[in-house]
Ligand binder design. Structure first.
Ligand SMILES: *Cc1c(COP(=O)(O)O)cnc(C)c1O
Length: 345
């Protein structure tokens, strides 16, 4: 079975797991005068993450959802308005910051342009008419098909937000997929944001964890929010050690994942029924199955019968995600399955 459901399926390697045995551990929830914990390995991962994103400080979380939630709640008070796009992870999947029982923030929905990056004119229009506290962007954009916001666009978006005194948070769950695709440093992509979250638990291959990075004052506040949300951990060096290994060894692996995704998309241009995503940039490929006459659940069931495990994404869309452990041969097999299904319809 070729499993393309998600890049969260990456398994830690033996070499990565060995780092846990020799990690210098302590109680990360016990704070010193600078409000940093006592786990030296967590501190090392946080410092490495800050340096890699070009930010002053970073803080470790057990998940990307908790890191995004903490970031948004650190910037905002109940009733504040937050700019998100309709298919953004924070809005569509995580939801809690906009829940009436929990975060109580008000979403203001901005449009994506044809390339599926934020529509700057629409952002400006919305900023002029609403009292906005925070703008959230997603890079790469998961439900848009792993699309990257490049440096030029980031700069434009950031300058606009600053004109209106608005903070910018970037959900960079797959930040490094964007960096290797655009051939820029991660820190360049983070320059035009106030804070960024990235996951070590996806393509980078670590078992658990996400980092929130920003300036010292923001991260200090975020640590307090994390504690309120029950996000403090104890000997979290056991997850930080594989995280350090991931950042030191696995960033370049993402290139291969991006290449496999593009290979699959390029091989599926001639389908008669399903329609493959045009502008594949990173490790995600969307397949529009509207014209197949099948629901996305039915389509995925057919694929699974033939040895390809994929999942519905948005309505009429099926998502394929490439990660370490999916070889070029596996990618070629996925192409064969999709072509076979298409021919059988
Ligand atoms: C995976 C993901 C997250 C965070 O997910 P967790 O499963 O909570 O770690 C956030 N944003 C995007 C775009 C994601 O793909």
């Amino acid at each position: 079975m070729i499993d393309l459901r998600s890049d969260t399926l990456t398994m830690p390697t033996e070499e990565m797991l060995k780092t846990i045995l020799t990690a210098d551990l302590g109680d990360d929830g016990r704070l010193d005068e600078n409000e940093r914990g006592e786990d030296a390995t967590v501190n090392a991962l946080e410092d490495l993450s800050a340096s890699i994103t070009g930010k002053e400080a970073a803080v470790l979380f057990s998940s990307g959802t908790l890191a995004n939630t903490t970031a948004v709640l650190t910037y905002c008070n109940p009733g504040d308005r937050v700019l998100v796009d309709e298919i953004q992870h924070i809005y569509r999947s995580e939801k809690v910051v906009f829940d009436k029982k929990f975060g109580q923030l008000i979403p203001v929905i901005y449009k994506l342009n044809k390339r599926s990056t934020p529509d700057v004119d629409n952002l400006k229009f919305l900023m002029q008419r609403n009292n906005i506290k925070l703008l959230c962007i997603e890079n790469t954009h998961n439900f848009a098909g792993g699309i990257c916001i490049d440096l030029k666009e980031l700069k434009q978006i950031y300058s606009l937000a600053k004109e209106f005194g608005i903070h910018v948070h970037m959900d960079g769950a797959r930040l490094f997929n964007a960096a290797v695709s655009l051939d820029v440093k991660a820190k360049d992509l983070c320059r035009y944001t106030d804070s960024v979250m990235f996951c070590i638990s996806k393509g980078l291959g670590a078992p658990v964890g996400s980092l929130l990075c920003g300036n010292k004052e923001f991260i200090k506040k975020a640590r307090r929010t994390r504690k309120l949300l029950g996000g403090n951990m104890r000997q979290a060096g056991v997850i930080a050690a594989p995280g350090i290994y991931a950042l030191e060894h696995n960033i370049q692996i993402l290139k291969k994942d991006n290449e496999n995704a593009r290979f699959v998309a390029d091989s599926l241009r001639e389908l008669k029924n399903a329609e493959v995503q045009q502008n594949v940039q990173t490790n995600i490929v969307m397949l529009d199955i509207t014209k197949t006459g099948l629901t996305s659940t039915e389509y995925c069931a057919k694929a699974k019968e033939k040895g390809l495990w994929i999942r519905p994404a948005l309505e009429n869309q099926v998502r394929m995600v490439f990660y370490n452990g999916v070889s070029h041969k596996d990618a070629a097999y996925a192409v064969k399955v999709i072509k076979d299904i298409d021919a059988s319809l």
